[in-house]
Design a protein around this ligand. Sequence first.
Ligand SMILES: Cc1cc2nc3c(=O)[nH]c(=O)nc-3n(C[C@H](O)[C@H](O)[C@H](O)COP(=O)(O)OP(=O)(O)OC[C@H]3O[C@@H](n4cnc5c(N)ncnc54)[C@H](O)[C@@H]3O)c2cc1C
Length: 352
Amino acid sequence: MGKRVIVIGGGIIGASVAWHLARRGAEVTVLSAGPGPASGATFGWINASFYLDEAHFRLRQAGMAAWHRLEAVAGQGLVDWCGCLNWEEPDPAETARRLSGLGYAIRQLPGTELRVREPRLAGLSDTALHAPEEGIVEGAEAVARLLAGSGGVVLSGVKVSALLAEKGRVSAIDTNAGRFEADHVVLAAGTETAALLAPLGIELPMLQRPGMVLRTRPVEKVLSHIIVAPGQELRQDAAGRLVASTVGKHQEDRADRIAERPDLAAEATLARIAALLPGVDLELESVTLANRPMPADERPVIGAVGPEGLTVAVMHSGVTLAAILGELVAAEVMTGADDPLLRPYRPSRLIA
Ligand SMILES: Cc1cc2nc3c(=O)[nH]c(=O)nc-3n(C[C@H](O)[C@H](O)[C@H](O)COP(=O)(O)OP(=O)(O)OC[C@H]3O[C@@H](n4cnc5c(N)ncnc54)[C@H](O)[C@@H]3O)c2cc1C
């Protein structure tokens, strides 16, 4: 019999961890209260051009490479490797130098090439940064594909109420559907992670970081890249919907509440999109709002915590990081491997 591992959480992190654990021979059960709120609301941008420090850059860069490995085995089309055009940076030459110096694929384009690449956009700058290796994951679709292909047992609508430990080891999980026994538990419950750790006497400090993403009804093909224009990030999905953050530089959004009424924020976002794409008939389809699972120092929290046999995996930028996290957490659970990429992110730095 393989190692019985329960993954709590059916968002992009739980799905990737489950997928990789099953490939390593674990008997995996995923327990999820429902679809991942953050993974369903995400903008879905995979990149390492946004980072907090060099270790974070390296993890994100490894995250991009890991998505290619995951696609090679889980099936193409998980990621749209459309690349990004960015003319929001105040000093694009300096940004290009800094990122190139780290080994990142990025170059400064003249406005003429920008216009050729995105002929439908108005208000273009005379220069932009092109990051050709960045991409998009549609969160909910990727989760569904990974869970379906994981080879694990996936139980949705199962809400975990308690993690049980015996003689210093995790032994079982109590849920609204009864008790589940496990040799190992991976807690990937997004914003609910702290609440599930608290009864074990473990206090994981998390921040409140809500965010909104707007989708229009499908329109004809008007964009070929992820667009970062001043104050507006925008992309187009495979069905033709325009997908937009409702704040500029959404990855750096540090507001602890939504500044505006969602309907007003949606209206303002639609107006910005209309200015970028004149003549396109824009109709609002949906606005999704969710809290980002953000540990107190904004960095991922990954690794063993509390009783033996318990691993936690909670983070913002979870779309960028899901594939690499799945690989590394599965390796750690199954072999005890301690990957240097994860060392800056151990729970002990935040948990007394
Ligand atoms: C507006 C917005 C934009 C974003 N944009 C980007 C981006 O462009 N790029 C990027 O990399 N990241 C982005 N992120 C962050 C990224 O979406 C998240 O980091 C990622 O989705 C987190 O996934 P998760 O699986 O940890 O959490 P979730 O998707 O929230 O899933 C949590 C899971 O845990 C389950 N759960 C919770 N409590 C329990 C319980 N008691 N019992 C059982 N199950 C439970 C839930 O049901 C759910 O299945 C964005 C996030 C937001 C909100």
